[in-house]
Design a protein around this ligand. Structure first.
Ligand SMILES: Nc1ncnc2c1ncn2[C@@H]1O[C@H](COP(=O)(O)OP(=O)(O)OP(=O)(O)O)[C@@H](O)[C@H]1O
Ligand SMILES: [Mg+2]
Length: 248
C-alpha cells in the first residue's frame, strides 16, 4: 500500500471513530500542566487545569497577556502535548498520541485560527484554504470549489489570487477563518480572532462566529477583549496558568 493510501485509510478511521463517538463531552482535560524549559528557567504556562467542553458549546477563555491562553488552546486542540496530565478529544486520548496520528486527528476534528494567522506566505488566499483539504484527501476540484465558496462567503471573492502580504490584516484573518472551516471540522479553536481589527471588520468576524454557533460547532476562543463575550455559553477567566473564575 502506498503511503497516500495508508493516510486515506487512517483518515477514514479517524472519521469512523468520530461518527461512533456518543457523548456530550467532546474535550476533557484532566490535571494538565505545561512547562516550557528555556535554559535554566522553567515557565509553567498551564498549571494543573481540569476542563470539560460540551459539544456545541461556545467557550471564551479570557485573561491578560502571558496568562497561558494560547498554550491551553494548543493543548486542547492537539497542537502541543502536556508535560503532565491527560487530554481526551472525542473519547480518544490525544495527550500521548504520536505526532503523525495527532496531525490526522486535527485535520478531521479541529480548525485552528491562529493569533498571527499563520498563512503560508507563498500560497494565494485560495491555495491557503485548499491546503488542509489537500492533506485530508479531498479532490482538487472539490478543494477549489469549496475554497471559492468560502472566499465568497467571507467577502473575499475578488482576493483569490492574492498572496498573504497583499492582504490587509482583516482580510488575512478572514482567509485564516476560511482555512479553519475548510474541512468542516466540528471544533473551532480561535486565538485572538478580533485583535488589531477595526470595528467594522470585528463586527463582520463576530457575525462569522455567530454563524458557527448557529451551526452548532463547538467554538473555543482565547482573547483578552470582551468582544465575543455575549456569544459565550461559558466564560473562563484565566491567569498565571490557572482558572480563576468560570461564568455560565
Ligand atoms: N514555546 C514556548 N517556549 C517558552 N515559553 C513559552 C512558549 N510558549 C509560551 N511560553 C510562555 O508561556 C507563558 C504563556 O504564554 P501564552 O502564549 O500561552 O500566553 P497568552 O495568554 O496566549 O498571551 P497573549 O495574550 O499575549 O497571547 C508566557 O509566559 C510565555 O512566555
Ligand atoms: Mg496568546
Amino acid at each position: 500500500m502506498s503511503s497516500l493510501e495508508n493516510e486515506d485509510h487512517s483518515i477514514k478511521k479517524v472519521k469512523e471513530v468520530k461518527e461512533i463517538f456518543n457523548s456530550d463531552i467532546i474535550i476533557e482535560a484532566i490535571n494538565i500542566t505545561k512547562d516550557f524549559e528555556i535554559g535554566e528557567f522553567i515557565v509553567r504556562a498551564v498549571d494543573d487545569i481540569s476542563l470539560k467542553i460540551k459539544s456545541g458549546e461556545f467557550v471564551v477563555i479570557m485573561g491578560p497577556s502571558g496568562a497561558g491562553k494560547t498554550t491551553l488552546l494548543n493543548l486542547i486542540g492537539g497542537l502541543d502535548t502536556p508535560t503532565k496530565g491527560i487530554i481526551f478529544s472525542f473519547g480518544i486520548k490525544i495527550s500521548d498520541m504520536e505526532q503523525d496520528s495527532l496531525t490526522l486527528f486535527r485535520l478531521v476534528n479541529s480548525g485552528f485560527i491562529f493569533q498571527n494567522y499563520n498563512l503560508i506566505s507563498t500560497l494565494t488566499a485560495e491555495e491557503n484554504i485548499m491546503f488542509p483539504m489537500g492533506l485530508s484527501g479531498v479532490s482538487l476540484k472539490e478543494q477549489r470549489e469549496r475554497a471559492i465558496f468560502l472566499l465568497n462567503e467571507l467577502g473575499l471573492g475578488d482576493r483569490r489570487e492574492h498572496l498573504p502580504f497583499q492582504l490587509s490584516a482583516g482580510e488575512q484573518q478572514r482567509v485564516a477563518i476560511a482555512r479553519a472551516l475548510a474541512n468542516d471540522p466540528p471544533v473551532i479553536l480561535a486565538d485572538e480572532p478580533t485583535a488589531n481589527l477595526d470595528k467594522d471588520t470585528s463586527k463582520f468576524i463576530k457575525d462569522l462566529f455567530l454563524d458557527m454557533k448557529k451551526t452548532e460547532k463547538t467554538v473555543i476562543v482565547a482573547t483578552h477583549d470582551d468582544y465575543l463575550i455575549d456569544l459565550a455559553d461559558r466564560v473562563i477567566i484565566f491567569q498565571d496558568g490557572i482558572i480563576i473564575e468560570e461564568n455560565r
